[in-house]
Design a binder for this molecule. Structure first.
Ligand SMILES: NC(=O)c1ccc[n+]([C@@H]2O[C@H](COP(=O)([O-])OP(=O)(O)OC[C@H]3O[C@@H](n4cnc5c(N)ncnc54)[C@H](OP(=O)(O)O)[C@@H]3O)[C@@H](O)[C@H]2O)c1
Length: 259
């Protein structure tokens, strides 16, 4: 897909990977449509993009609410007359372990991470041209089972991504899964690992839009780990180890990821 002049809807654009992606794509001539619940954050981001000479549209809303998602498509078409791509990025953590996680959060993580992708794709597909692209943000946790309901949601995103690719292939629309490892954002603020910032994912999303393929794992060094983690004996030994599980019971992290 040609980025210059393209209209790209980015959900979850108010922080982290979504915000970095909006700035990155705008700097390359795309017109990002910024969607999330925190309107003030979106407006600040749009101002920054305009100051850098770019164009952006702000549409506040919730990915789990069908009327909000339909309004997102309508306002995008009213403003720009077209939609070239959708980046399904909005997401949330689901608590680091099952027993410490509130019941309402267990429900919400599925609604935001899975239903949100489905609603946005459902209402974007009829407007996407041949050569249009949908990028779904999965996770390495959607390849190797690690953290409870979050993992379940990202396994679901991966399945949804593949099924959607097959459903819209005949329309000439490409569907790409971008699966990040740990990235330093608000979502991981409570974790003490070393991790890269969100720009590395923004660059992967740019690659996904310019030359779509099935899946991009980012950073690349998660790929060998990911394949090792798919061998059940090895995965159980690593992720079921008491030391790993003790990290998942880190109270600070659980608190942050449960907000
Ligand atoms: N950070 C990582 O290590 C990592 C690793 C793998 C995958 N990911 C995935 O990357 C994506 C972005 O996460 P991030 O790390 O950038 O975290 P983040 O900084 O917390 O960003 C999450 C974004 O999702 C939006 N969002 C949450 N619920 C929403 C809702 N109901 N409706 C609309 N927007 C909603 C938030 O905006 P509002 O609160 O303003 O609505 C925010 O903009 C997620 O899908 C996440 O699962 C992250």
């Amino acid at each position: 897909m040609e980025l210059n002049g393209s209209v790209v809807i980015i959900t979850g654009a108010s922080s982290g990977i979504g915000s970095a992606t909006a700035r990155h794509l705008a700097a390359r001539g795309a017109k990002p449509v910024l969607f999330a619940r925190r309107a003030a954050e979106l407006r600040r981001l749009a101002d920054a993009i305009r100051q850098d000479g770019g164009e952006a549209l702000v549409v506040p809303g919730d990915v789990t609410q069908s009327p909000d998602v339909q309004r997102l498509m309508r306002e995008t078409l009213d403003a720009f007359g077209r939609i070239d791509a959708l980046v399904n990025n909005a997401g949330m953590g689901g608590g680091l372990n099952l027993c410490d996680t509130r019941d309402d959060l267990l429900r919400q993580v599925l609604e935001v991470n899975v239903l949100g992708c489905a609603l946005c794709a459902k209402y974007a597909v009829p407007h996407l041209p041949r050569g249009g692209v949908i990028v779904n943000i999965g996770s390495v946790a959607g390849e190797v089972a690690t953290i409870g309901m979050y993992t379940a949601s990202k396994f679901a995103v991966r399945g949804f991504n593949d099924a959607l690719r097959r459903e819209v292939k005949g329309r000439g629309i490409c569907v790409v899964l971008v699966a990040p490892g740990f990235i330093r954002t608000e979502m991981t603020a409570g974790l003490r690992y070393n991790m890269p910032g969100p720009d590395i994912v923004a660059r992967a999303i740019e690659r996904a839009l310019r030359s779509p393929r099935r899946k991009i794992v980012v950073p690349w060094w998660y790929r060998p780990l990911m394949y090792l983690g798919k061998i059940p004996l090895i995965a159980d030994a690593i992720f079921g180890h008491p030391k790993t599980q003790a990290r998942y019971r880190d109270r600070d992290s659980v608190k942050k990821l449960s907000v």
